[in-house]
Ligand binder design. Structure first.
Ligand code: NAD
Ligand code: USQ
Length: 384
């Protein structure tokens, strides 16, 4: 199949492009390098050195003999988006290309507006491009488990059968997200479902949990193929950060008591879930939702797992939670859709965490210590 990967320079987009190319698909990547600009703004680079995108693509061709096409530009530029879709003529588009940090979206008004504009407008341009150029294209969109929030009922895969005053309907699952970033994903989901309904598009919304890990079989083939690994308090995700803190000898920064529970998955499962979604497209008119996570842990449990796996001493520090989120809650998520398509999850293991300790150990000199502690406060986003 011909697959266009939007956000192909990012943490997940690049390994996904390699995985799809390795499995025999014709792949193109598209990116505007916004993520590299946030690095400059935040004064924190990827812990693992990464090459620029043209160098990565050339290295992949050298290593595998396979070509990946490149489109450099912004999804918010409709003309560019239309021309990329027209030129590459994909069967499937995998959409990773959004501002993905909750804390970044909560810095202040400017960052909230940027996040929603970038994400919602880029996605809307894409929906129009698909509808006008080839409505048969399957859109595989990265959503997030955080769209649901932490409701006191089971979380279904996107849809909920509701009975109200004696009548029944199948409704989009109600959302209670926890940041302006997570809200942008909710807006996207609604726009995509609407486009499937009115234009007969086909889409899979992948509500992904927090990803951990840094290597896939393809990125491990050559250091020039490495994907980024974020450690800072704005872009670093929880398990990755705890591993890095353990190696640096810094306390693990548990926000609050750590009773908040999240769905997680290994980066190797992310790329495989995308392959499964691409190779088993939704039907025309179908808005299909999968919950893309393999296990749930509370933040305190994640800290405990990292602390017991690390060979040296590890301190756990409970910080005042800079976010506004439920300290403790019910969390029971249905996630059978991708398993039914064939996913064989990599569950969190000591071996994986140990391999991350090694990756961090050889790059720890690259850490800017000043970027480890959280500085963005949800209530602080409004100036008084
Ligand atoms: P990332 O920031 O590393 O990658 C996103 C890429 O998209 C970047 O290279 C960026 O430059 C590009 N991009 C952003 N806006 C763009 C635009 N307007 N036009 C073109 N390119 C643009 O993020 P990631 O961690 O790889 O996440 C990818 C997707 O997966 C995001 O949509 C994110 O919301 C979702 N997701 C990530 C995680 C996680 O733990 N990393 C978990 C759940 C969902
Ligand atoms: N947390 C800590 N200490 C830290 C960092 C985080 O206790 O040092 C806590 C947070 O308070 C939160 C949980 O860990 O309760 C997860 O935080 P995170 O930063 O790992 O993840 P989150 O902000 O939810 O965002 C990440 C990705 C985002 C994706 C989301 C999936 O950045 O793109 O959408 O995970 S989900 O959480 O399922 O919505």
């Amino acid at each position: 199949m011909r697959v266009l990967v939007l956000g192909g320079d990012g943490y997940l987009g690049w390994p996904t492009a390699l995985h799809l190319s390795d499995k025999g698909h014709e792949v193109a990547v598209l990116d505007n390098y916004a993520r590299r600009k946030y690095d400059v703004e935040l004064e924190a680079e990827s812990l693992v050195p990464i090459e620029d995108l043209p160098t990565r693509i050339a290295a992949w061709e050298e290593v595998s003999g396979k070509k990946i096409a490149l489109f450099e530009g912004d999804l918010c530029d409709a003309e560019f988006t239309y021309s990329a879709v027209r030129d590459f003529a994909p069967d499937s588009i995998v959409h990773f290309a959004e501002q993905r940090s909750a804390p970044y979206s909560m810095i202040d008004r400017e960052h909230a507006v940027y996040t929603q504009q970038n994400n919602v407008v880029g996605n809307l341009n894409l929906l129009y491009a698909i509808a006008e150029i080839n409505p048969d294209i399957h859109l595989v969109k990265l959503g997030t488990m955080g769209e649901y929030g932490t409701p006191n009922i089971d979380i279904e895969e996107g849809w909920l059968e509701v009975e109200h005053n004696g009548r029944k309907d199948r409704m989009l699952y109600p959302k209670k997200p926890g940041s302006f970033y997570h809200l942008s994903k909710v807006h996207d989901s609604h726009n995509i479902e609407f486009a499937c309904r009115i234009w007969d598009l086909r889409a899979t919304d992948l509500n992904q949990g927090v990803v951990y890990g840094q290597q896939t079989p393809q990125t491990a083939l050559d250091p020039r193929l490495a994907t980024r690994f974020d450690y800072d308090a704005v872009f670093g995700t929880v398990l990755n950060r705890f591993v890095i803190q353990a190696v640096l000898g810094q306390p693990l920064t548990v926000y609050g008591k750590g009773g908040q529970t999240r769905g997680l998955l290994d980066i190797r499962d992310t790329v495989e879930c995308i392959r499964l979604a691409v190779e088993n497209p939704a039907d025309r008119g179908e808005f299909r939702v999968f919950n893309q996570m393999t296990e749930s842990y509370s933040v305190a449990q994640i800290a405990e797992i990292v602390a017991t796996t690390f060979p040296g001493p590890v301190q756990i520090e409970n910080l005042d939670n800079p976010r506004v989120e439920q300290a403790e809650h019910y969390y029971n998520v249905k996630h059978t859709g991708l398993v039914e398509l064939g996913l064989q999850p990599h569950l969190l293991s000591d071996t994986l965490i140990e391999s991350l300790f090694d990756i961090v150990g050889s790059n720890k000199h690259r850490v800017n210590d000043e970027r480890m502690r959280p500085t963005v406060r949800w209530r602080g986003a409004v100036k008084s």
